[in-house]
Structures are given as C-alpha cells and as structure tokens.
Design a protein around this ligand. Structure first.
Ligand code: A2R
Length: 318
C-alpha cells in the first residue's frame, strides 16, 4: 500500500513515517521546502516539497504519487499562534484542506484520506458531556479550533457530494520527545532541563495549571492513525485520545518528581490564553470498537522520555 503523509516534517510527521514504514507501507513524505525530515526517517520514505496553499502543486504531487492513502497532518497547529495569526491559520488549515480534497478528487483512483482535526473543536463542555462523544455539538473556543471544525465541514461535504473516502479524526492533546516547546509539556521539560544545567534560574513559568486535557503519547497516536487508515469508515469522525483528563499541574508534578534539582513555579501572564476550556476528555469507544486500539504508554513514561530528549538537545546545542 502506498501512503502519502502531508506535514511530514512536523512533530507527528516523524512518528507517522516510522509507524507506516514499520507497517510495511511505501511512504511518500511531503514537507515545506524550508523544512527537514527527521534524519532517521530519510531512509524510510521518498521526500517531496509541497506548500499545500499551492493548489496546482498539490494536484501535481498527488498525480505523481497516486497514493492509496493520505495522512493529512499539514497545519498551523498552535492555538497560541492562531490568536496572533488568524488569517494564516485559516489559510493553512481550511484552504490547505480544500486544496487537498480538490486535488484528490481529480485522481482516477480515490485515495483514502485521514484528516486530522482536534478535540479543541468541541470547545467548553458541561461536566455531563465528558468524556465527550463525537456527536456532541461543536463550539470552538479559539481560532485554531474554528479552522479545524471548518475543515471538517468541508470534508463531510465532499464525502456527501462526491463520495470521497475521507475519515475524520478529532485528535486530543498529544505529546512526546521532539515536540516544540510552544506546547505545554515540552515547554515545561525544556525549562526543567535548562534549570538542571544551570542555564535558567530554578523557576518554571507556566500558564493555566488547572486546565485538564486528554494527553496521549504521540507513538500511541500514530498507531491509531495507521489503524484508521486501514479500517476507519468514510465520513465518520473518530476521537483519538486516551479517554482520561489530566490537569496540566499533574504533568508539572511528574516533571518535578523526575527533575534532578528542585524548582519553584510562577504564572507567566503571556502563557495564559484569551479563552481557556477547563476540562476536555475524549470518549474513545468508537475508535476502540472499529480498530481495537487503546493507549499503551503511560503519561509518566512520556514525560520521562521528553525530559531525557530535552536534556539531550541541550547537550547537543552546548
Ligand atoms: O508551521 P511549520 O513550518 O512548522 O510547518 C508545519 C507544516 N505546514 C505546512 N505544510 C505544508 N504546507 C503548508 N502551507 C504548511 N504550513 C505548515 O505542517 C509542520 O511541519 C506541519 C504540522 O506539524 P506540527 O505543527 O508539528 O503539528 P503536529 O503536532 O505534528 O500535528 C499534526 C496534526 C495537525 O493537523 C494538528 O493540527 C493536529 O495534528 O493536532
């Protein structure tokens, strides 16, 4: 089976390349021209340059590769940046997805597309709505979430209007080694590693610690994506998450228990979001029923791997 991963140089992209290659797929990986595929992934895939905002180039790449399945990860994926750059976020997340769907529509053989949306699409949830099921109405509470909900609407339209083979994912928070520090756990791990090396005063600066999110190890996430590429149903939305809400403060506690030196905690107003959703957790029964997937890596293991990776990165940069 021939797969094409869009956004392959991103955080999830590297793990997706490794997973699909390990599953025996032929992997084509598309990235922005200025980006680099993770070094260990180069031998596992054929690399292409693509800006998904270029509709003609997107169509040309799909005609060239003729993939059986497409994993669409290309996105402006930061909630914080989405408030600062709403137009860019809308362009990449909505227009980019429409470009992909239009390009796929012209292929003689319709590929299966796995479109990656977000648990953020649900917005504020009442306690009785948690864990949240896929049929819960969407009330996006930030620019990123609104663009992901819009992209999903386009995909549903293309499934109904053109019979396209698009499977929809609402992914909840994922984390793991290699994540950029503009995501909370990676930010804390980098600060902790810097404190250990004496590069930083012994204070971790945080945003809202009481927010509860459904955190899943990225290696579990890509396993779910691979299973959905095989056996997800077209036009169906799947929550992908652990099914359990963890407070950001619990992540910080895990880092505290593994950090080699003590540290204090301070609120940084710049890290607080204009609108924050108190609790998000996924109902993953549909995903489990259709694929047999369940998460295998405990959060404390992920935090330990992330801290180790942040320490390694600092050593390499020294
Ligand atoms: O923004 P950059 O320079 O980090 O590049 C991102 C890339 N990307 C694009 N690729 C093609 N054409 C574009 N116009 C374009 N704009 C951005 O997509 C990045 O390399 C990749 C997305 O990866 P990350 O930002 O690392 O997100 P992550 O965590 O891998 O999430 C994958 C998917 C996204 O759809 C998220 O919204 C969702 O999972 O949670």
């Amino acid at each position: 089976m021939k797969s094409l991963i869009l956004g392959a140089a991103g955080f999830v992209g590297a793990y997706a390349i490794r997973q699909l290659a390990a599953d025996g797929m032929t992997v084509h990986a598309a990235k922005l021209p200025a980006e680099q595929i993770a070094q260990d992934c180069e031998a596992l895939c054929t690399v292409h340059d693509l800006d998904i905002l270029d509709a003609d180039a997107t169509e040309a790449l799909l005609r060239d590769v003729q993939p059986d399945c497409i994993l669409h990860l290309a996105a402006q994926s930061s909630v914080a940046l989405s408030w600062k750059k709403p137009q860019l976020t809308a362009d990449i997340n909505i227009k980019g997805t429409v470009n992909l769907q239009e390009a796929a529509r012209t292929l003689p053989q319709q590929p299966r597309i796995l479109l990656i949306g977000s648990g953020e699409e649900y917005g504020a949830l009442k306690p009785e709505q948690i864990p949240v099921k896929e049929d819960t109405p969407l009330h996006p509470a930030n620019v990123y979430a609104a663009t992901k909900a819009a992209a999903e609407q386009f995909a549903q339209l293309y499934v109904r209007a053109y019979g396209m083979n698009i499977v929809l994912v609402r992914a909840f928070n994922h984390f793991g080694p290699g994540q950029r520090p503009d995501f909370v756990a990676a930010d804390f791990c980098r600060q902790a590693a810097e404190i250990e090396c004496g590069l930083h005063e012994p204070v971790i600066r945080t945003g809202n610690l009481s927010a509860k999110r459904d955190f899943t190890d990225v290696r579990d996430i890509v396993r779910a994506y691979a299973l959905l590429l095989q056996s997800g149903k077209a036009g169906t939305v799947y929550n992908v998450g652990s099914g359990r809400a963890i407070a950001v403060s619990e992540i910080l506690d895990m880092i505290r228990s593994q950090c080699r030196v003590p540290f204090a905690v301070e609120t940084d107003p710049a890290k607080l979001r204009p609108v924050d959703v108190p609790v998000i957790a996924a109902d993953i029964s549909r995903l489990t029923a259709d694929t047999g997937w369940f998460p295998q890596i405990p959060p404390a293991q992920t935090v330990s791997d992330m801290l180790e990776s942040a320490r390694r990165l600092l050593k390499e940069q020294a």
